[in-house]
Design a protein around this ligand. Structure first.
Ligand code: IMP
Length: 173
């Protein structure tokens, strides 16, 4: 149990070890490619920062922002708040997500990115909730599986808070 009644799921060290493993896989798959790494704001910014620094291949970074959660609950409607700043036609894209929960955001974003005619799109997600096993095949590079609880830390928030925690956990109820 950590401070403030937060139960730890993955420590900062475990996260960094896993990111180095994912980086080796990604490097192997994108050798010689002009890779654009696309982070989904806000939640993916911490994971993406560590992931691109662990990659020993050249990358370009871009971001987009979608909104579907209100007060820690999914509204069921995904809305694009802002889009990529550069074209990705005929380009390799690595979409970086913090967590795949209902999968609505990921499905929406995959469709959106495919409409821009990239060469290929692969997905890296730090977390995935095991409640939805049908979504697992959509994730090419997965950090960790988490139980069906609302998780916070390492970029993930609860009503805007806790993104800066270096570990992943959940509030003890
Ligand atoms: P989905 O569309 O339900 O898969 O969820 C997409 C987004 O909701 C994620 O990218 C997160 O930003 C947010 N989200 C979903 N579950 C959690 C959670 O347990 N903690 C923090 N954010 C979450």
């Amino acid at each position: 149990m950590g401070p403030n009644g937060i139960k730890h799921l993955y420590t900062a060290e475990q996260i960094q070890t896993r990111i180095r493993e994912l980086a080796r896989e990604i490097e192997r798959d994108f050798q010689g490619s002009d890779l654009v790494v696309v982070g989904v704001l806000k939640g993916a910014f911490v994971f993406m920062a560590d992931l691109v620094r662990a990659l020993n291949i050249p990358t370009r970074c871009d971001f987009l922002r979608v909104q579907s959660y209100d007060r820690d609950r999914s509204t069921g409607v995904v809305r694009m708040e802002f889009d990529l700043t550069q074209p990705i036609t005929d380009t390799d894209v690595l979409l970086v997500e913090d967590i795949v929960d209902s999968g609505r955001t990921l499905r929406y974003l995959l469709k959106h990115l495919q409409s821009k005619r990239p060469r290929r799109v692969r997905v890296a997600s730090l977390l995935y909730k095991e409640l939805n096993p049908e979504l697992r095949p959509l994730i090419d590079y997965l950090g960790f599986t988490v139980p069906n609880v609302y998780v916070i830390g390492y970029g993930l928030d609860s009503q805007g808070r806790h993104r800066g925690l270096p570990f992943i956990g959940y509030p003890k109820s």
